[in-house]
Design a protein around this ligand. Structure first.
Ligand code: UD1
Ligand code: CA
Length: 456
């Protein structure tokens, strides 16, 4: 039986940010969400998150994920003042009173852990019936981390924080990952005894580990997994490691990434085999792209569903869905719940907002459609604009099947235009139009033959 506690109360001073460190984003998830994801497979009986600095933000962010079904319920434990990782763990005492299992404790700023690594840690802990087992790694640059000293059998002798190390101790590159498995009863006995006799005058969780025995150390092979995020530079390093992992995975699954270094993909994105991602393209949030689609170069797709054989060229698509065989771009902007039907063409300098298009409908040049529903085989002429905003409210425009709007038409909403309507170029349409009609709403052209400006 295992419970999980995540230390997420610190401000993260070295981030130089108002936002709690654990809420900083990394490839589509916050740091603490990454940590919660990594423990999912262990099926913990309880999950406690220790919160402190701007705790309402952390609680709200995580509860949103719980409501979105991305996480199962969590317990929040308050650490009113941040007096160190040991003090954070002390706050668990009333919550876990009488708990008779193991407790996995993780720092909230270690986002790249693999679930397999945590499983191996737990297995070693349970098989050897250790009082505690901790994760360690050999780092090329161990600066800032607690150093782990062991005997030959991987039994811990002590952990010394970087700032408390002697110059000789600093030479040791084996570091504490900040991920521990404890027999809870044992930890609960020691936590009240912690003191703050160290350089930072904080209560260290690592001291509790130092008081226990036997404590075994498990080394991770890939040290990149345990990188802790303390500043913006480490956040960027973690992002780059994460990107390599994500891209390698998609390439293995049959996705072509043309020039992977210029592409970024959030971990929350789903791609099918035979998708091609061209250079300078960024895929974010809960985006899904189906087979045969080609995205980029130079595009941003966020929280959008892209069906099969779609092309998106130099365009931005946010919170939208595009059905199969449609072509978007170059230079289109779709946002705010746009639905494009199949075999549509959305072209140069077209902005669509909260708009639904049927199948084989074209908006090919220089248009804005907002709060609009258009049917099938509609042709929106170059420069057509829906005037959807009267300065106070937004209004709807409806356009029937096979209707054609002339170049430079203005459709003043609220407006309903029937099927098979033709609107003459340059019209300003302010009244509803029935099916099968021609609309001309512009001044008659006046031509005066033989007229010339008189010269003095
Ligand atoms: C800690 C370890 C260090 C280890 C490193 C790994 C201690 C004393 N040191 O150092 O041995 O090598 O992690 O990354 O534990 N937190 C709280 N309440 C507090 C203080 C911190 O919840 O009062 C949380 C933070 O939000 C953070 C985590 O604990 O998620 C780690 O805190 P941090 O200050 O980053 O510890 P390190 O100095 O990195
Ligand atoms: Ca840290």
């Amino acid at each position: 039986m295992v419970a999980v506690a995540i230390l997420a109360a610190g401000r993260g001073t070295r981030m130089k940010s108002d936002l709690p460190k654990v809420l900083h984003q990394l490839g589509g998830r916050s740091l603490v969400e990454w940590v919660l994801n990594s423990v999912q497979d262990l099926q913990p009986v309880r999950r406690l998150v220790i919160v402190g600095y701007r705790r309402e933000l952390v609680i709200e962010a995580l509860n949103q994920k719980v409501e979105g079904g991305l996480l199962s319920p969590l317990e929040f434990v308050e650490q009113p003042e941040q007096l160190g990782t040991g003090h954070a763990a002390q706050q668990l005492l009333p919550y876990l009173d009488g708990f008779d299992g193991d407790l996995l404790v993780l720092n909230g700023d270690v986002p790249l852990l693999r679930p397999e690594t945590l499983q191996a840690l737990l297995r070693t802990h349970q098989e050897n019936q250790n009082a505690a087992t901790l994760l360690a790694a050999h780092l090329p640059n161990p600066k800032g981390y607690g150093r782990v000293f062991c005997n030959g059998q991987n039994i811990l002798q002590q952990i010394v924080e970087d700032r408390d190390c002697t110059p000789a101790q600093k030479q040791n590159r084996r570091i504490n990952a900040g991920v521990y498995c404890f027999r809870w009863a044992e930890l609960a006995r020691i936590l009240p005894k912690l003191t703050a006799e160290n350089d930072q005058k904080e209560y260290y969780l690592t001291d509790a580990v130092n008081y226990m025995e036997p404590v075994m150390v498990v080394d991770v092979e890939d040290y990149q997994e345990i990188l802790g995020i303390n500043d913006r530079k480490q956040l960027a390093e973690a992002y780059s490691i994460l990107q390599d992992r994500i891209k390698e995975n998609w390439m293995k699954q049959g996705v072509t990434l043309v020039d992977p270094n210029s592409i970024t993909i959030d971990d929350t994105v789903q791609l099918a085999a035979d998708v091609v991602i061209e250079p300078q393209t960024h895929l974010r949030g809960h985006t899904q792209i189906e087979a045969g689609s080609r995205i980029g170069p130079g595009s941003l797709i966020e929280n959008s569903q892209i069906s099969q054989n779609v092309t998106v060229l130099y365009s931005v698509v946010i919170n939208s869905a595009i059905a199969q065989n449609s072509r978007i771009g170059p230079y289109s902007h779709l946002r705010g719940h746009v639905e494009v039907g199949s075999a549509c063409r959305i072209g140069n300098f077209v902005e669509l907002k909260n708009t639904k298009l049927g199948d084989r409908t074209n908006v090919a040049h220089l248009s804005y459609l907002g709060d609009t529903t258009a049917g099938n085989q509609v042709n929106i002429g170059a420069g057509t604009i829906t005037a959807n905003y009267d300065g106070v409210k937004k209004h709807q425009t409806k356009i029937g099947d096979r209707t054609k709007t002339g170049s430079n038409s203005v459709l003043v909403a609220p407006l309903t235009i029937g099927e098979d309507v033709t609107i003459a170029a340059g019209s300003t349409v302010t009244e509803d139009v029935p099916n099968d009609a021609l609309v001309i709403a512009r001044c008659h052209q006046v031509v005066k033959p033989g007229w010339r400006l008189k010269q003095k």
